[in-house]
Design a protein around this ligand. Sequence first.
Ligand SMILES: [Zn+2]
Ligand SMILES: [Zn+2]
Length: 731
Amino acid sequence: MNKHQPLTSLMPGHRSLWCEAAFHLDVHPYSPSLKAEIISAAQRGDLATIRELIESGNATVNDRDEQNVTPLHWAAINAQLATCRYLIEQGADIDAVGGDLQATPLQWAARNGYLYVIHLLISHNADPTFADTQGYNSLHLVTHSSSVMPLLYLLHQPVNVDSRDMQGHTPLMWAAYQGDALSVDLLLKHGANPNLKDDSGLTPLHWAVVRGNRAILRRFVEMGADIHAKDLDDRTPRDMAIELKSFGAWKRAMEEGGMNEFGVVKAKPLNERNTRIAIFVFPAIFLYIIFITLSILPWYTGIVLAMAEFFALHHIVTRVLLNKDSYVGTVNQSPYFAGIIAGSMIWVGYAWLTRLVRQTPDHPFIHLAFALNFGLCIYNFFRAITLDPGACPRPVNDGELKAIIEDLASEGRLNGQTFCIQCMARKPLRSKHCRVCDRCVARSDHHCPWIWNCVGANNHRQFLMFVTTLVVGIVLFDYLAYELFTTATPPDTLPTDCSTIFCVPATVDPFLLSVSLWSTLQLIWTSVLLVTQYWQVARQLTTLEVSNLGRYGFMGGRGGMAAGGGATGLQMGHRHQHLTSNDRGDEDSEAEGGHKHHHHRGICGALSAPGTCTAFLLNLLGFDRFTRGRAAHGLALGSSSARARNPFDLGMVRNCRDFWTMGKELGVEYGQVYDVPAEGFQEAKKKRELERGELERDHDSSGRNKSLLGKLGLRMGMGSSRRGYEPLSQV
Ligand SMILES: [Zn+2]
Ligand SMILES: [Zn+2]
């Protein structure tokens, strides 16, 4: 610009002024070098330098660099929380507009998903609705950052969830396009409209097809997005899926939403309730058919036919009753596996009543023990199924939710470990969100398809009792069956070359033999499960914690940072980074949690999993939890350093007592424990008891005193009533 300045303006008189100005520029407080210094100090978060510059008057908080950007912008985009706070305290313009895109510091922070900077700026009245030259407001930008917690925070600020950018895109379209399933979920939960169209007539569903993320597609379908919406070129999302080669994801998402590829709802043969009942009952019927098959036919044809019958059962459950297109991964939410357990129990009980009781009368105590075990097993099995595993409380209204989010954000710990995006609720320590049950479960152990429920704080005891009685019951049953077979006289028709141990039983009672072989097969994995469960209870660890121990330490290191909740300033900036990685870690651990479902998914799930024969066997037997991930490392740690970091650990005996009393030993309500007290759980409990004791004592002593006085008074009154004896002279 100076180049084109007319020469005439450089008149001699002006010239001297110009020179003077130029001279002054070198030493003037607002020299470019000092300006640059406050800018670079803001970028680095060098608070000392900034303070010095401001206090000496060499720079102001609203100085701008050559791109017209303020120090607050730079501090915000570099997550320099303490610097931001100082600049704001010194009067920095909170909604200063700068940079190429004419954006505010809030937008710079939002674009990078810096939760605590956003929180700071918003709490100093930054405007979240301000839009830059592209039409993006802070909600768009935070969606671009793919950070869930900052998005959650902004959704509770006064900004329209369906605000549009220059092309009419809403944040929901952006999240769908980016393939951020959690962001999509979050936006939908906060009322984002799944059927708005942008300037080209594309809906969020169209944008989701572009990315081809199955989970997002499914979510849209469930939320009632219009499957037949057409863009300006008359294309439906399905047309686009074919065009963009994401048709596979489209089809699967539709399938999971219970529809065919055209969005026509597939009907199930029975209603929801009857489907569940049928799935629960069918295994019992099929198991009977299988046992009969095995007992009638010779073993080599019997086994083949039995397997075919098992497959038929699986086919009926998945493809007919549930009407799914695939055999795997669709039965987890149904009572299929629980039905297998219940069916097995029925036939074990039947075999015991009709055969063992009659034919082995010399073992009355074993029979009594078996009967007791059997009863306890059934009782605990149904209790484990029907009890609420420990659902964590959810906020009752928006106000409470907002308060929770605000609290966590201002404490600098709004993250995936303290807040559950799916439940929209605080996440207690040691809880986990179960995808099958779709809720957070307190002190979650694992989701167990065999009991069609999660195993958590509230039903873990029943689950463990169930497994214990199951193992003991099978052993007793096998013992009785063994006694029966060894004492039975084999029929004369027995071929002389019959040498295997199964030969006599197979001729004496093939039905009993197949039932006991089937139970013995279950004995393998249940006893492994039992041993690990006892070990974990004694160590005050859950299955999830054991598999995460090696990688993240106990509770992802949360136990250790209990007392550090009040850290501020720079540390918070650091912590934020740290927690971001933890968030990711949490997702990983979710994936890790998923592998356990594998082994519970049983034979079919295991067969479908890619891997070697050994992997399959480990998987089948449930050993994989020790070999997968870094669980083994975690187990080794469990004995030393990790134990020191487990604030819930009370030592073996008291751990067991705590388990049995569901947290009474620690004085913990697992559904609502959000922090480790600085002094530890035991001290906190002692303190509470002491306080309560003192209160009671006070209450007691005052009560006692009162009653004593009353009694004495009464006695006094009765014994020495002075009424009528007062000397008249004194009245
Ligand atoms: Zn949850
Ligand atoms: Zn569950």
